[in-house]
Design a protein around this ligand. Sequence first.
Ligand SMILES: Cc1cc2nc3c(=O)[nH]c(=O)nc-3n(C[C@H](O)[C@H](O)[C@H](O)COP(=O)(O)OP(=O)(O)OC[C@H]3O[C@@H](n4cnc5c(N)ncnc54)[C@H](O)[C@@H]3O)c2cc1C
Length: 391
Amino acid sequence: MFTIVIKLYLRNKLKLILSNKSPVLDVIIVGAGPAGLVTALGLSGFSTRVYEALDKPNKDKLCAGFVPITVFEEFNLPKNLYRHEVSAFRFFRPMGDSVAVEFNYMVGGNVDRTEFAEYLAKLATSQGVELCTGIRVMDFRERDGYVEVVTGEGVEKAKFLVISCGVKDRLPFKVINPFTRDRLGLCIQVDAPSKVDARGENWIFYGEKYSPFGYAWIFPKDKVTSIGLGALISHIKSNLRLYLAKLKEYHEFDLNKARFHPVPLSGPIKNIATRRVLLVGDSAGHVSPITGEGIKYAMFAGREAAKAISMALRGDISVKDVRTVYLKGLSKTVFPDLRIGRMLMRIVERRMLKSSGLFKDREKLRAVAELYASNISHFKAALKYLKAVVS
Ligand SMILES: Cc1cc2nc3c(=O)[nH]c(=O)nc-3n(C[C@H](O)[C@H](O)[C@H](O)COP(=O)(O)OP(=O)(O)OC[C@H]3O[C@@H](n4cnc5c(N)ncnc54)[C@H](O)[C@@H]3O)c2cc1C
């Protein structure tokens, strides 16, 4: 027993000595989701390592998977990543009927999240980024001049640390406060073999029958279909499985296979970066509070984080300015939608708009569809909706 303890002590000591000798990387990224991988893509040329806790990037990530075409164009992604192309949203209204809002072009599509992340990961590794799967980052400590990152394998050092590990892990909450119940959503979703012919449509369900405060969806992805709903946690009074079961009327699925996942609905948060640590994506609350969409914002935020860090690594700005440059970038690309999204959510929450009137006529529904299609800003979609209300 005594010799085992001594051996373990020596092994750990050796790990620590080796880690102290290991070179300081430019950047360590925690999590290989869209936020982490787009950040990594923007840092090629610097020594960048991505740690992913699972054995594949974003493995079995619970998500409906809608990504607007504008994002595909912006990031030059191949369309064959879409498992289902979307040119219409069918809204199931609280009054019991359904209306399809059609576009005369493809507004986006649904991706398989693991496939999507694997594509980005391949691109990043081909540009020299090191991807370490199956390694969980457990802790970090900001030191003078670098950040110490603790994994099950030892301690590594980097000039900058990007935390893009979502909201299930506690790492982001060493930088920001945990999301409160009125700023955090809970989703339940099940993936089932596709049974309905959705013909270019994504289905969205409104009303208290389907979610205590949120909405439900049926989004096809070729051979499988994602069936789920999201709700603001402060409004949840009973088990979300009971709500999900109501979607059986529209699609077969096994309720026992349903899984839960949180999603931040906070609106913009300002203190998401310290001198050398930046939060990106879900970890930073980069999700639209009104639609629950986060892939797009994770990617745009990743790009801004990479921009700010690479400027500092090249010596164009000082380390202390990284946070300012990152926030400035976000205030142009990500924060406006999050701000308007949060405002719209509060309006609906305070019942300032009557839910029965929300989806009453086609013009209002078109504005809501534009919001989901995300081909215009939240501000422009809100203006369209307002115009429909007053006309
Ligand atoms: C049910 C559901 C449906 C959704 N539908 C949509 C949709 O249709 N469209 C849309 O745009 N958004 C949708 N979202 C939101 C979207 O999934 C997220 O906003 C998006 O995944 C955020 O990306 P990310 O890179 O920040 O985090 P994630 O995609 O969560 O990636 C984080 C990665 O970090 C890894 N990780 C976690 N902890 C550690 C650690 N300690 N060490 C190492 N690795 C770690 C995880 O394994 C994971 O791979 C949905 C969310 C849910 C829950």
